[in-house]
Design a protein. Structure first.
Length: 93
């Protein structure tokens, strides 16, 4: 088991805006949980949700691909909810 000193965590990693946009695009379009996307990209588990929140608040520059991905994610969720509502077997569970 490796032990780390707190000094090793003092230095914040800076990610480019292009990397942040690509990470959000993957998060919105892959269908994977955001935790999994963060692990796969090697970023902190709280970093990706923070970027998404910043984007939704308008603090990151807009990218048409991310806007479409966000809309696709919303529509997938809505579609899944409607499917579950209309399937009597799923309703009984």
């Amino acid at each position: 088991m490796a032990y780390y000193s707190f000094e090793e965590f003092d230095e914040k990693i800076r990610y480019s805006e292009a990397f942040q946009r690509e990470a959000m695009r993957i998060a919105f379009t892959s269908g994977l949980p955001r935790k999994r996307v963060a692990i796969d990209l090697g970023i902190g588990l709280l970093t990706l949700p923070q970027w998404v929140s910043m984007y939704q608040l308008g603090n990151l520059s807009a990218n048409p691909d991310i806007d479409l991905a966000r809309e696709n994610e919303r529509l997938r969720l809505e579609n899944r909810m409607l499917r579950e509502e209309s399937d009597p077997i799923l309703r009984e569970q």
